[in-house]
Design a protein around this ligand. Structure first.
Ligand code: KG4
Ligand code: ZN
Length: 355
């Protein structure tokens, strides 16, 4: 069964064709990220406009790369939430129109959950798979998932694809969001995760110590205090008090100070993720651990998680960590297997959709 997956929840216009929920036939991504750089974050109107321009060419390319015409496509999966309203609307309207025109079943996908399904794409004997580092076998249930992106940080225990329990989630900022905000403070453009990690490599992670929040539910997360602690440390380092504006910090900090702050922050941010995942592993003894979402691209997170867990954690290929259509297509397959179709005349967006 071949599913076309469409993703437009944030700044990536993406489409992919996946066979049987595991074989990657094509994966096309057009990002509007460079257009947002100057603003230090995503501008929803720019993202939506960019989706409108890219959606048709991206879908056509995904079909062409997969060597598929419409006859070979068995269904269309689309992200309907959570995400930016204007962005979601472009993907959902495109998918609904195509489902009606081409007479295909439509599958409505929760974006956050789909990040976990990126780990179900495995090494099939297909040429495209050679460009990706994919696992040889699928993860097994019960499955513990750490979903960690720019918008979400949560630990979820899956008994099956759509049967799960959220063990904890962030009470304030997401982990990726904290990386992006610290990056902005140190003078780097959005998305900040990769630049912070690169800078951290040359820094001393023990020069500054940052706090970890204690929360009532031990599987909940909080990154807002850490972000503020980084701000205070940076102000302190240049001899200023808490009134010093954060956007002027980058110009006053030396390269060494920035690197030490980045290193201390990265160490703490990642330790929090690893500590909670290891605790949940001990309590629930899952058969697999999947780490998903944009922050799962972090080499430091990959290293620390592998060190701490007694089983090998599953990380998607780097190209499948950030937003893509392949994870949406995989989710569509699993929805198809449970018979959960959406009405192409009715499907609405759900910007605040939760797991
Ligand atoms: O999943 P994603 O593409 O979009 C959301 O659904 O949010 O995740 C993007 C997030 C950004 O916050 C970005 O800074 C973070 O993932 N990220 C990283 C790394 N690469 C991307 N964070 C830490 N280290 C990285 N190497
Ligand atoms: Zn995402």
């Amino acid at each position: 069964m071949k599913i076309l997956g469409i993703e437009t929840s944030c700044d990536e216009t993406a489409a992919a064709v996946v066979e049987d929920g595991s074989k990657l036939l094509s994966n096309v991504i057009a990002s509007s990220a460079p257009l947002h750089t100057a603003y230090g974050g995503i501008v929803p109107e720019i993202a939506a406009r960019s989706h409108i321009e890219s959606i048709n060419p991206v879908i056509s390319q995904a079909l062409q790369d997969a060597g598929c015409d419409w006859d070979k496509i068995d269904g269309i999966a689309v992200t309907y939430g959570p995400g930016l309203g204007g962005s979601l609307l472009v993907g959902v309207l495109a998918a609904r129109t195509l489902a009606i025109m081409r007479d295909k079943p439509l599958y409505a996908v929760n974006h956050v959950q789909a990040h976990v399904f990126a780990s179900f794409l495995d090494k099939a004997s297909l040429s495209l798979a050679n460009d990706y580092s994919l696992p040889r076998a699928r993860p097994k249930f019960p499955l513990l998932a750490l979903i960690v992106s720019g918008g979400h940080t949560q630990l979820v225990l899956f008994e099956d694809f759509f049967k799960y329990k959220v063990l904890g989630r962030t009470r304030d900022d997401a982990c990726g969001e904290a990386f992006d905000k610290v990056a902005k403070m140190l003078g780097f453009p959005y998305p900040g995760g990769p630049s912070i990690e690169k800078l951290a490599k040359s820094g001393d992670e023990n020069r500054f110590h940052f706090p970890k929040a204690r929360l009532e539910n031990r599987y909940d997360f909080s990154y807002s205090g850490l972000k503020t602690a980084v701000l205070r440390t940076a102000q302190d380092t240049i001899g200023e008090d808490y009134t010093f504006p954060s956007h002027e910090l980058a110009g006053r900090l030396s390269q060494e100070q920035k690197a030490d702050i980045a290193a201390g922050f990265t160490k703490t941010a990642i330790e929090i993720l690893v500590d909670k995942t290891a605790q949940a592993y001990e309590e629930f003894s899952p058969k697999s651990v999947v780490v998903a979402g944009g922050v799962s691209a972090s080499p430091e997170l990959r290293k620390q998680m592998a060190k701490r867990l007694p089983i090998e954690p599953c990380f998607p290929d780097i190209k499948l960590c950030t937003d893509n259509g392949a994870m949406i297509a995989a989710a569509g397959q699993f929805l198809a297997e449970t018979g959960k179709t959406a009405d192409p005349e009715e499907l609405d967006i759900a910007p605040n959709l939760k797991m």
